[in-house]
Design a protein around this ligand. Structure first.
Ligand code: AVI
Length: 361
């Protein structure tokens, strides 16, 4: 049973959630037959991001250069668009990571060992999680940490049905803040934090390091016999054309995903962005090793939010997302600074993406 003390209201302080924020769909989810313990686990979550949207939008639009946090991409429409991005032919990340899981899940499960308490940061599509749970030997518990109450409950409802012998301990919280994880009824041998999808790449380097340190802390205090570890999906540096195509798909889904941020500000904050006056831009900076996504004003215009006016000259760009790419060496050295040692690396045949197993040093 989840420790209710762990579940706090997660008014976000700037971290990236990677998944859509809560929508009031509890009743719909309850109809799926979610057990009471899951409902309870989620009671204090939800509606967290809304509180900061106005403050973050005003602060970001007042700064120079203008910026908006990428965590606000994931409203219901943004989450649907992200799922569509994952299906675009140019967006290789999801396919490559799934191929790695398909080809190496046996070896991955062996590396993680038996009787694991599996903690997942973000619990969107549970396809990769499902593969892992199917192959792990006697996993003790699955602890998804997810800011969106509805996403969390839907994913746990499905997994609980499929894995009745694995204790489900959902935590509705912002994983970018330290969390006291719930104890499993059966003692685990180790705790493994699973962080797939290259989501770490959406954090600035200092925040990524802080998050890795936090994961190391959570894996280390697992209450198991062995120190735990982190299983993480990391996108690799590659040809600029391949990278830029992935974030500028021909069907325009990524552009729609990016501009949906402005629709969200219009809808939720009463802003008056004219979407026809802005465009999506994603460029790779080889120096910084990241895709930098911006929203660019195509003309001079003023936008109003909550009584404040913001001027955009033609071509002014507003930074909305970084998607950092790593070399194997660069990632290993960041992991080392977080107290983690890379012990296994699995890649897809084209070496586009990696799934890495890090243990506490
Ligand atoms: C969630 N995250 C890892 C995606 C990425 O590749 O940075 C988000 C995304 N943004 C545009 N396309 C995909």
């Amino acid at each position: 049973m989840s420790d209710m003390g762990n579940l706090r209201s997660v008014l976000d302080e700037g971290g990236y959630s990677g998944r859509r924020d809560a929508t009031p769909s509890d009743l719909a989810v309850a109809a799926l037959g979610v057990p009471l313990k899951v409902l309870r686990a989620c009671e204090s979550g939800g509606h967290q991001l809304a509180g900061n949207l106005l403050a973050d939008a005003l602060a970001g639009l007042s700064s120079s250069p203008k910026r908006l946090p990428s965590k606000y991409f994931y409203d219901a429409r943004g989450s649907t668009l992200f799922e569509r991005i994952c299906e675009q032919p140019e967006y290789y990340l999801t396919r490559a990571e799934l191929a790695i899981m398909r080809d190496h899940v046996g070896a991955i499960a062996t590396a993680l060992g038996s009787n694991v308490r599996l903690v997942e940061y973000g619990s969107g599509s549970s396809l990769k999680t499902r593969m892992l749970l199917q192959h792990l030997e006697s996993p003790v518990a699955y602890v998804p940490v997810e800011i969106s109450r509805s996403t969390l409950m839907e994913s746990v409802a499905k997994l609980e049905h499929e894995f009745p012998d694995i204790e489900m301990l959902p935590v509705c919280a912002d994983f970018t803040h330290p969390i006291t994880l719930p104890r499993a009824a059966r003692a685990p041998r180790r705790t493994v934090v699973y962080f797939p999808g290259s989501t770490l790449g959406n954090f600035a380097p200092s925040d990524a390091l802080r998050l890795l340190r936090q994961m190391r802390g959570e894996a280390g205090q697992g209450g198991g016999m062995l120190d735990g570890g982190v299983l993480i999906g990391v996108d690799l540096v590659k040809d600029k054309a391949v990278l830029e195509a992935a974030y500028n798909d021909a069907a325009g889904v990524t552009a729609e995903f990016t501009l949906n941020l402005l629709s969200r500000l219009n809808r939720e904050l009463g802003a008056d962005f004219d979407l026809a006056g802005f465009r999506h831009r994603a460029r790779y900076s080889a120096l910084a090793g990241r895709i930098e996504t911006s929203i660019v004003s195509t003309r001079a215009q003023d936008v109003h939010i909550d009584g404040c006016s913001f001027h955009f000259p033609p071509d002014e760009s507003m930074q909305v997302e970084w998607s950092c790419k790593y070399t194997l060496e660069g990632f290993a050295s960041m992991a080392a600074r977080a107290g983690l040692r890379v012990t296994e690396v699995w890649t897809d045949p084209a070496r586009q993406f990696s799934v890495e197993w890090l243990v506490c040093k």
